[in-house]
Structures are given as structure tokens and as C-alpha cells.
Design a protein around this ligand. Structure first.
Ligand SMILES: *Cc1c(COP(=O)(O)O)cnc(C)c1O
Length: 229
């Protein structure tokens, strides 16, 4: 990305690329949402995007979002994309409406319990660890097969679908993981007879491949704001 381009120009270009990737894959461009990942950037960096009407922002740390959100207009949609510790669940629910990184049955239950106390209905993606990298967060497919029934009964959570962060690699190396996530979603949908329309997958380096494989929301940061320091 050229330095001479503004954040808004980068954003418009990514929107066009997202729409083009959807069209190329035979999908309607409206089926694929863009989550702008604003982690590490100060609130004022978001203002030009808010001015052109972009409302959905992703943050990976609860405390950072808690500090940033009050500096910006109300009515934005904050998405948590990083691992959540149980003791931060209440604070997280005070700022985030959408959770992409619910990675255990225990944290799902905790969010559900606190959401009830706070009269909230958070929307949730369940994070799956497809690379079976032990250091990464996420349900293994077997964990989730086992926990899904209980998670779907939690009354306060609207389970939208699945999320994954594939192991590092070229876009073509990540493609099989995106495909695997979609197929796993299809399997769970069928096994539990419950719609799971959402697939949160794809970032700056591979969102076009993710869209070809069925992504419904791509999480893009550095292609819009530049490299994080
Ligand atoms: C930082 C982050 C992104 C955005 O990554 P870019 O490469 O800057 O687009 C997407 N998803 C998650 C979970 C992240 O932590």
C-alpha cells in the first residue's frame, strides 16, 4: 500500500476488492462484511472512516477497546477478535457486541451468565484451531463437536458461526484451512440442525482466498491503516 494513500482511500480500495472477490466467487457482494481491525491505532485514526459511514471495528484487547470506544461516537459496533479471559468477561460485555474469539465452553457459559445479568444478547463466533497448533487458542474440532450441543442451549448467545486464524502461510497455503472451516461448519449445522451462517475468516494477506472459500466477514487491519508499529 502506498504511503500517499489515505486511510479512506485504502478502505475504499479494500471494499472494492472484497466485492470483486465475492463476485468472482459467484457470491453477492453484500454477503461479505468488512470488519476494520483498529487494534493498536488511536481513536482519531478511525474518525475518517466513521465519517464515511463505516461502523464495525475489531479490537483484540478488552482494555484497549474500553479506553477507545468512549472517545468515539455511540452506535459503532465493536467486535472482540482476541482471546478473552474469564475475569474480563463483564468488562468485555460493556463494550463489545460481537465476539469472534469464544474458544471454550467455559468462556461461552461465563459470557451467557453475565449477559443475562446485564440484559444483553451478544453475537458470537466460535473460534476453531484448525492447525492443531497447541499454542493457539480455539476449540479443536473434536472439542467443539462435543461442546456444541451445550453451547447452543445457552439462551443469551446468538451463535453466528465459526472463526479461524490459520497457521501462517501464503494465501494458497491457507486456502485448505478456510475450506476445512466451511466444511466443519456444514457438518455442525447438519448434526445440530441449527443454522450457522457466519464464517469469520480472512485478513489483509488472504481475504480474497477466504471469500472464495465462503467467508462472510473478513477482518482487515494493516491494508487499511498501514503496518502496526
Ligand atoms: C490483527 C488481527 C487481524 C487483522 O490483521 P491484518 O493482517 O492487519 O489485516 C485479523 N484477525 C485477528 C484475529 C487479528 O488479531
Amino acid at each position: 500500500m502506498k504511503k500517499s494513500m489515505s486511510v479512506v482511500e485504502n478502505y475504499q480500495q479494500i471494499r472494492e476488492k472484497v466485492a470483486a472477490a465475492a463476485t468472482k466467487a459467484g457470491r453477492a457482494p453484500e454477503e461479505v462484511h468488512l470488519l476494520v481491525v483498529s487494534k493498536t491505532w488511536p481513536a482519531e485514526r478511525l474518525e475518517p472512516l466513521i465519517a464515511v459511514g463505516h461502523l464495525a471495528y475489531g479490537e483484540n484487547r478488552v482494555q484497549e477497546a474500553v479506553e477507545k470506544a468512549p472517545l468515539l461516537p455511540q452506535g459503532l459496533e465493536w467486535h472482540l477478535i482476541g482471546h478473552l479471559q474469564k475475569n474480563k468477561a463483564r468488562k468485555a460485555l460493556s463494550v463489545f457486541q460481537v465476539f469472534h474469539s469464544i474458544d471454550s465452553k467455559a468462556i461461552a457459559q461465563q459470557i451467557d451468565r453475565i449477559a443475562k445479568e446485564e440484559h444483553l444478547y451478544p453475537r458470537v463466533y466460535l473460534q476453531v484451531n484448525l492447525g492443531t497448533e497447541p499454542q493457539k487458542h480455539g476449540f479443536t474440532p473434536d472439542d467443539l463437536r462435543e461442546s456444541m450441543g451445550d453451547i447452543l442451549t445457552l439462551p443469551r448467545l446468538e451463535i453466528l458461526g465459526l472463526m479461524a486464524i490459520p497457521p501462517m502461510g501464503s494465501p494458497e497455503e491457507t486456502r485448505p484451512y478456510f475450506r476445512q472451516l466451511r466444511e466443519f461448519r456444514d457438518e455442525l449445522q447438519e448434526a445440530y440442525d441449527h443454522p450457522l451462517p457466519g464464517l469469520s475468516m480472512g485478513m489483509t494477506s488472504d481475504f480474497d482466498v477466504a471469500i472464495e472459500e465462503g467467508s462472510t466477514i473478513v477482518r482487515v487491519g494493516s491494508a487499511i491503516f498501514g503496518a502496526r508499529g
